[in-house]
Ligand binder design. Structure first.
Ligand code: ZN
Length: 481
């Protein structure tokens, strides 16, 4: 270890520990969390498949394809490439652990005979490549079976339980069970019992069908407008969820359509979904409008009600979907895209006013394409309106990237000027903070939706600068189309 790193770690162990923990947490959020459900599903599938091998053909069968460096013969497990000699497993046993990471390596430990810990053999899980390439069906099969049923069928390539399938395809277990019943009746999936579990897997007919269909279907190079399922997951309800609703808008502000389920309907407050991309309103950005589509019926969504749950307010006199039903959600694209441009434009305004005029924000509000922001600016410089408009548009032309990340509270508050408003608006009990960073210009704690780079804002016109009180100046902007 380099001497300076050693000194840093041992000089102030508490700080070093906290820093390492924070870094590890960031790594988890960035690298693992978005894929965790899928990883879990594939690990389950691996364990299921291995158990089946063990039941069918004993240890010989189990180790036949576990790893090229592991073979079972004469009641001994032979591992090549290890120089530890022999380990007596009698009375201790061996735990087999599939891993998503470390392919193509094999690991074992502890190999010390005196160790009381049960030795663990860590091996790469089956079908690790599926982690990156979700099981898909040819478009013809999707049209024949519907998207949900087709994805269930695709995932049964690996023998799986209903729970594991539900995790991997992102549907409720009850829905998966219904799809499986239909697929079994059609002879595409078969089931077998293993202990208390029932495993479902594809029949040869399913494989033949997929093979035929893929030869005949036309190629859809991009897979259509496929929904992304990456979610900011960080333990804090406020950042990935509101009540029971998973906030898809926070993870992917470009998402406009998705499938979800109605969890609850309150006659006064509105509809609660399990997953929603409707921005609920907040931080000056108004709530989204859109529709829910179900069984040929449309429910217009005109607002939100934020309580213990996130309620979507239906248009008066529109029919409301029943609880438990699967619906297609859609956010009105024009309005949301305009709000994202407007919101990001305000951040640029805020960053420029702070950088060039040293003034902090005291308030603000926006509508699609129009916004106002108040600054604490006792002395208004000569030519302020024109100077500001030019500086903002010059910034927009640089097309800086807008990045979003989630940080532990202490780390977020340590960023200089993190909160450009005069009062610190981050709630005391919020352990994690979502940061919106226009790199090099403006960094803020922010729960809103933003464009990916500021070039997408377009041009901004400073419409008016008004005095609101002795120190307060109100800047009104409009987006040029
Ligand atoms: Zn904002």
């Amino acid at each position: 270890m380099p001497a300076d790193v050693y000194r840093a770690l041992t000089g102030d162990p508490v700080t070093a520990r906290d820093m390492l923990v924070a870094q590890q947490r960031l790594a988890w959020q960035a690298l693992v969390a978005p894929l965790w459900r899928r990883m879990r599903g594939l690990l389950d599938a691996d364990i299921t498949a291995r158990s089946r091998q063990l039941a069918d053909g004993g240890l010989e069968r189990l180790f036949a394809d576990l790893h090229p460096r592991a073979t079972w013969r004469n009641d001994e497990l032979h591992l090549t490439g290890f120089r530890r000699g022999a380990v007596d497993l009698r009375s201790r046993g061996l735990v087999l652990v599939p891993t998503v990471f470390g392919w193509p390596n094999l690991g074992i430990g502890p190999t010390d005979d005196s160790s009381v810990t049960v030795p663990v053999l860590v091996y790469p899980m089956l079908d690790a490549a599926q982690l990156w390439e979700p099981a898909t069906q040819p478009p013809a099969i999707v049209r024949l079976l519907g998207a949900g049923r087709a994805s269930v069928l695709a995932e049964t390539l690996i023998p799986s339980t209903i729970g594991s399938l539900a995790q991997r395809v992102g549907l409720a277990p009850a829905t998966v069970s219904q799809h499986l019943a239909v697929l079994r009746d059609a002879g595409l999936v078969t089931a077998r019992r293993r202990g208390r579990e029932v495993l479902y897997y594809q029949t040869p007919l399913a494989a033949t069908l997929a093979g035929r269909a893929s030869r005949r279907s036309t190629c859809l190079p991009c897979g259509g407008h496929r929904e992304r399922r990456t979610v900011v997951r960080c333990g804090s309800m406020g950042i990935s969820h509101h009540g029971r609703t998973e906030r898809l808008d926070l993870a992917d502000p470009s998402l406009r359509e998705w499938t979800c389920r109605v969890l609850h309907v309150d006659p006064d407050r509105g509809i609660v979904l399990d997953r929603s991309a409707f921005y609920p309103g907040g931080g000056g950005q108004p709530p989204d409008h859109g529709v829910l589509l179900w069984q040929g019926v449309q429910t217009r969504i005109v607002g939100t009600h934020k309580g213990d749950d996130l309620y979507l307010v239906p248009a008066e006199s529109d029919p409301v979907p029943p609880v438990g039903i699967e619906v297609r959600g859609a956010v009105e694209d024009d309005r949301r895209t305009m709000l994202m441009r407007t919101h990001s434009g305000l951040h640029v305004l805020c960053g420029v006013v702070f950088r060039d005029f040293d003034a902090l924000v005291t308030g603000g509000n926006m509508e699609p394409g129009e916004a106002r922001m108040d600054f604490n600016l006792p002395q208004v410089p000569v030519g302020f309106k024109t100077l500001l408009e030019d500086a903002v548009n010059k910034e927009l032309a640089t097309d800086r990237r807008v990045s979003v990340r989630v940080l532990p509270r202490e780390e977020a508050l340590a960023i200089p000027d993190i909160v450009r408003t005069q009062t610190n608006l981050i709630p005391q009990d919020e352990q994690e903070v979502r940061i919106v960073d226009i790199e090099g210009l403006d960094v803020q704690a922010d729960g809103g939706t933003h464009v990916a780079s500021i070039g997408q804002v377009g041009r901004v016109q400073v419409v008016k600068v008004e005095s609101k009180g002795r120190q307060n100046r109100r800047v009104r902007i409009r987006l040029s189309s």
